[in-house]
Design a protein around this ligand. Sequence first.
Ligand code: ZN
Length: 286
Amino acid sequence: MPELPEVEVVRRGVADHAVGRTVASVEVLHPRAVRRQPGGAPELAVRLAGRTLVAARRRGKFLWVDLDDGTALLAHLGMSGQLLVQPAERPDEKHLRVRLRFLDDGSELRFVDQRTFGGLTAVDTVSSDGERVPLPVEHIGRDPLDPAFDLEAAVGAYRRRRTELKRALLDQTLVSGIGNIYADESLWRARLHSLRPTARLTRPDVRKVLTAAHEVMTESLAQGGTSFDALYVDVHGDSGYFSRSLAVYGREDEPCLRCGTPIRRSAFTNRSSFWCPTCQRVPRRT
Ligand SMILES: [Zn+2]
């Protein structure tokens, strides 16, 4: 599943290669990819035809394109969705689901999705935290890479919650964009255990873990994203390299990069948590 740095890589690709262009036509090759559009493929085609792509934007892992009539095209990448900018003469990908052609007859914007959990939806926008965002993004918090991200407000919101730290990190309404991989990496960097109760954390502790999240995602972005999932690629089909730089995620029984203690794996909901039992002490039960 793509995490924030991967989505940001895709956003930049769309911004560089599709923004400023006007949609000529929309071709839906699989109805599942437009199932969130109430009127299905015909509605998507009508809403997009003739529209110019104004900006490619993101909040957390939500990615969308602003259109020149004030609406937006929201991309759900799901588990395996890809947005590719491809030369028109390039043969269709096996799992091509939606194709946008532009008036300039140049490259196409293609939505490719092997597992078809993702899709495209043309949506109306609403005002949220001082800007227009697609309706489904209304309650999503800003992410640590957002220039308008308010660290101190986020620290306060965490400490008011009655939950465990990793659950708070994954709560997209508090701070968005932190998924399972980056939560584990951030906790390890901040030397905090995932089960620490948020209400008993100090402000410096919360600041430390959110700053770590910012760092780890910035570093990942510099390397083109994690691409832990081989399906994940940028708009040109290239994958990132950050998975080689992960300190704990996926490293069960390998030595902690700080202290040498073997990394542990624990069950977390239907996924896993990776952590160092020396650097990240398990909280005492009270
Ligand atoms: Zn350690």
